[in-house]
Design a protein around this ligand. Structure first.
Ligand code: FPP
Length: 239
């Protein structure tokens, strides 16, 4: 099962308590470990965390810098632990505008954990669903131009195979914390048939217990992927 989380509400959590927004992000970063652990216990095999969008650069410079510092700190503090816990870390998004040392750490962690099997942790940094599609389009056009792919060969699978999530299943469930009812450019292609869950608690308040309730609620839903699946009682009845 693949779960994506839009970790929203750090800023509001802090402001409500008279704290600077960055304190909210710090609390948010502390939540990550619990939720990754809970994911492994709840049968989640891929967890995608939306940490920084392609639009988040528009925030005040000190907030962007603070977030980058948090990512750096998270990687430094959890580098060994993530590997020892058998977690495979994968980064989604375009790393090009990130600081060279951060990019280097990200690459090293991906390389170190690439054969791990307990859970895949996708961390989306400088990620946008539309940007993912633009970058995929460029890769596909390159292949058409060098002759390794023909236009007629392009299918939905071709698009999926050139996104940052190539070789991964689409998210079954996308959770957004803090009450806003929108997708904010998260996994635009991959979310076509995802179930959605909007939670009123902010990300710093999103406990493993609330997470378990959201997953339990998801498991009670019936997914049809556009088809009409008859209820078992209806099978064999005359229409
Ligand atoms: C949205 O809250 C949250 C973010 C833009 C940043 C998410 C980052 C973290 C949780 C920190 C670290 C993550 C990792 C993977 C180490 P917001 O600031 O938009 O909140 P608001 O809507 O209340 O202002």
């Amino acid at each position: 099962m693949h779960v994506g989380i839009i970790m929203d509400g750090n800023g509001r959590w802090a402001i409500k308590r008279g704290l600077p927004r960055l304190m909210g992000h710090k609390r948010g970063a502390n939540r990550v470990k619990d939720i990754v652990k809970a994911s492994t216990e709840l049968g989640v095999t891929t967890l995608t965390l939306y940490a920084f969008s392609t639009e988040n650069w528009k925030r005040a410079a000190h907030e962007v810098e603070g977030l980058m510092k948090l990512f750096r700190g998270y990687l430094q503090n959890n580098f060994i632990d993530l590997n020892e816990k058998n977690i495979k870390v994968n980064f989604l998004g375009d790393p090009t505008p990130l600081a060279a040392d951060l990019r280097e750490q990200m690459k090293k962690l991906e390389e170190l954990t690439k054969d791990n099997t307990l859970i895949t942790l996708n961390i989306a940094i400088n990620y946008g669903g539309r940007d993912d599609l633009v970058r995929a389009a460029r890769k596909i056009v390159d292949k058409v131009q060098d002759g390794s792919l023909t236009v007629g060969d392009i299918t939905e699978q071709t698009i999926s195979d050139h996104l940052d999530t190539a070789n991964q299943a689409d998210p079954d469930l996308i959770i957004r914390t803090a009450g806003e009812l929108r997708m904010s450019n998260f996994m635009t292609w991959q979310s076509a048939y995802s179930e959605l869950a909007f939670v009123d608690k902010s990300w710093p308040e999103f406990t493993p217990r609330i997470y378990a309730e959201v997953i339990a609620d998801y498991r009670r839903r019936t997914r049809q992927f556009g088809a009409v699946i008859p209820k078992s009682a209806e099978i064999g009845t005359k229409v």
